[in-house]
Design a protein around this ligand. Structure first.
Ligand code: NAP
Length: 368
């Protein structure tokens, strides 16, 4: 009997050692990719890769922050976004502030193949050292896929903007980078690519494509001297996230871009920012230890966000919302809970119970 306890003690100790070994390794990687690698000069030096950087979705948020950081490093910048006025204003600011050249291209990445002919024409002849595939679009609020207004049109636009843009822009620059045997492509995905993200399944899956595409492309083009990184941020304080004031969990775009640039060339996939890297460790471990708990947490967060969006819309439309709707019961995900969520939602919005799956009446009521 005694020896059995001894064996169990040894197994327990070994497991603890392995667990802490893994945590320490992850902390070391964070330290190296955020600070040490940069201090030791192991990360990419943008200026050495070519004279120009191309950035999609460049006039706001994370894209604009990369544009300014790279211009401050002395690179000329090709800025690509939809709005010509915003592009012109940013180009003037960058030229005056950093004394570099700029080129602007106004295209809408939700459109089809025709826009790439124009972009290819506009950037031909430029020595492009860096491409940042940053443009992306998300849901306005978490929603069931078939309940999104104009769901199939929306799906096409999301795939064009988040998937086709990354693929086409990469095809456009890889040839000339391979000829010069140097170049760097940064693909902006999202942590939703790797954690459960119900009610945003289309967005998260497009980002999962970006993640896998980048990892394989990185292997494919390594022999040609081209480095590729996929950055998978958690929240950043931008228009897309709707977070107005930055904090430790949601850094400003400038802090995020600066942090991420320290890791260029040091890791193929990166959370980008030191606190997001810590969040990643937590998500990964939680997912390993209890995937159902992870699913629970994210499901309830998404349902909460969805409800907030509906409440806000109801308030704007001056619809009186009963208290039960403002504070709905939390619905854990387990084998019984999906039915419970259905029932709870039907209680919240009585009109919903008139239809088999909620949505159509709600749509008419709230204008979503
Ligand atoms: N913010 C976050 O918390 C977060 C988290 C994870 C991942 N991300 C990813 O980070 C990337 C940048 O997001 P962000 O938060 O910086 O967004 P943002 O602040 O909303 O900026 C989006 C930029 O893209 C341009 N843009 C939007 N739709 C476009 C289109 N259809 N065609 C051309 N340009 C378009 C916008 O300019 P115009 O309006 O002038 O076109 C703007 O310059 C996205 O890929 C997003 O998925 C963001």
């Amino acid at each position: 009997m005694m020896w059995r306890y001894k064996v169990l003690e040894v197994v327990g100790l070994l497991s603890l050692l392995v667990f802490w070994g893994m945590i320490l390794k992850e902390l070391w990687i964070i330290l190296y990719t955020c600070y040490l690698g940069h201090v030791l000069g192991h990360n990419i030096k943008p200026r050495k890769l070519g004279k120009w950087a191309v950035i999609t979705g460049a006039t706001d948020g994370i894209g604009r922050a990369y544009a300014e950081q790279l211009a401050s490093n002395g690179l000329n910048i090709v800025l690509i976004s939809r709005s010509r006025d915003k592009l012109q204003a940013l180009a003037t600011t960058i030229e005056c502030r950093y004394h570099v050249e700029t080129h602007i291209i106004d295209v809408d990445f939700t459109q089809g193949a025709e826009i790439y002919e124009r972009i290819a024409r506009d950037i031909s002849g430029l020595e492009i050292g860096i491409l940042i595939n940053n443009v992306g679009m998300s849901y306005k609020y978490p929603e069931y896929l078939n309940q999104i207004p104009d769901a199939s049109g929306f799906a096409q636009r999301v795939v064009n903007c988040n998937v086709v843009s990354v693929t086409q822009m990469s095809i456009m620059v890889l040839g000339q980078m391979a000829e010069r045997k140097k170049g760097f492509i940064l693909n902006v995905a999202s942590c939703s690519a790797v954690v459960p993200t119900p009610l945003m399944s289309l967005y998260s899956s497009t980002k999962a494509f970006v993640y896998k595409f980048s990892e394989d492309l990185a292997l494919e083009y390594k022999p040609f001297g081209i480095q590729i990184q996929c950055v998978l941020p958690c929240f950043v304080a931008t228009k897309m996230s709707g977070i107005k004031i930055s904090n430790i969990m949601a850094p400003s775009p400038a802090d995020f871009a600066r942090g991420n640039m320290n890791s260029w060339g040091l890791e193929v996939s990166s959370a980008g920012y030191w606190f997001h890297k810590l969040q990643w460790i937590y998500y990964r471990r939680l997912n390993q230890i209890s995937p159902s708990c992870m699913a629970n947490v994210t499901y309830n967060i998404m349902m909460g966000l969805r409800k907030r969006a509906f409440d806000k819309r109801a308030q704007q439309n001056k619809v009186v919302v009963p208290t039960a709707v403002v504070n709905p019961p939390v619905a854990p995900v387990d084998r019984h809970s999906l039915a419970r969520v259905d029932r709870d939602l039907n209680d919240m919005w009585p009109t919903l119970s008139q239809i088999p799956r909620y949505g159509i009446t709600l749509h008419a009521q709230t204008g979503f």
